[in-house]
Design a protein around this ligand. Sequence first.
Ligand code: EPZ
Length: 423
Amino acid sequence: MGSIIVEKSALQGELEISGAKNSALPILAAVLLTDEEVILHKIPVLSDVETMIDILRTAGKNVVFEKETGTVRVSGGILHTHVPYELVRKMRASFNVLGPIAVIMGESSTPLPGGCAIGVRPVDFHIEGLKKLGFDVNYDHGEILAKRGNKPEEVAVYLPFPSVGATEHIMSVAAVLPGVTVIENAAMEPEIVDLQDLLNEMGANISGAGTSKIMITGVKKLHGCEYTVIPDRIEAGTYVLAILTTGGEGLIKNVRTDHLDALWAVLEKTGAIVKKGENSVEVKSWNNWRGCDIDVMPYPGFPTDLQPQAIVYLSLAQGTSMITENVFKTRFAHVGELVRMGANIKIKENTVIINGVERLQGTTVMGTDLRATAALVIAGFAAEGETEVTQAEYIFRGYENVIEKFAKLGGKIRYVPGGVPEI
Ligand code: EPZ
């Protein structure tokens, strides 16, 4: 795997945010529900998106990805009902094609997705939901087999935790199953609303996304449509925290500022200067920003996907901060790497206690997942000297043109494929 090398930089300037990865992935899974053409706009060029497109092609769909415009055209029917291990291993969100393929073809099978650095990542809520929708779901040597059965006229699915993936999976499948399905304690993320809007554009009858109760009245068939995904709130939040952590200032464009209220609330507490428009935000670092406490929660709480980046920002704040991770309770693989850069952080169960330090020192650190790698790159821009972030390819899973975008903000950054050669 390669490395990203960064040197101390004060990030400043203007930046345009790409389409949301965590909208594009469930939406690409949902287009399996029709064999008519679906045209999607603002799909970001990311390795996770490429993996999902590979899955659609493996299933038999025709997919054209015009990377220069971010337009994806999907058409054709499903020919194969098994999703290969090497694709599910690369990206666990691919598990969400199990239901759509089974509901159209009568059955489907996919490997049980594994865990990753941020947690065990079980899929029991997905499976329980599919069973409630009348599917037979069995395990066989690491594979999950789903067979469509008879769905009761009225079904209520209660999620023990507002799982984003389980909400999306159940909502997509229920869209083409007879009768009414209600999802209680549903995830409320903006990407769930985006998926509902896409499905309704395809002829579905869904309401309530964005609240904890989603009502789906099944329709016989979904048709093609044209749809544009929302901007990526996590990409936007990452660049905002990068600019502030490096003492810079910037204008971030094409961002739904109403999707990041929890971040703005934290930044204001720390003394950062934040001027929000509807689709853009101007941020300016304040020299001695203050620490503050953060409770990571499902939306509309502070997003877990900005937790690593927030830890870097607060590592250089005045005073003490506490971050409690209530979504992925062990998502702290990046903390050890930050301590190696001079951060003062202690982990106590699912909480980190951060005592702000004057400076971080550049060194070699290791990326462990998409957001942790982004956080280490930000730490490198703030640290004295040079930082090499190894296993850098994680960042390309979720940040379109990330090297160019940071360079445009004045970041001294380069990507070395295959790592820096040992001298
Ligand atoms: C989605 O993952 C996102 N991925 C994640 O973003 C994000 O961190 C997460 O939601 C939380 O917001 C995509 O949208 C592709 P969950 P997902 O199901 O759906 C537990 C990124 O960096 N759970 O909401 O997998 C689970 O263990 C990625 O872009 C079960 O116990 O997350 C976790 O503790 C990382 N059983 C909690 O629920 C289940 O069946 C939330 O997980 C499902 C989940």
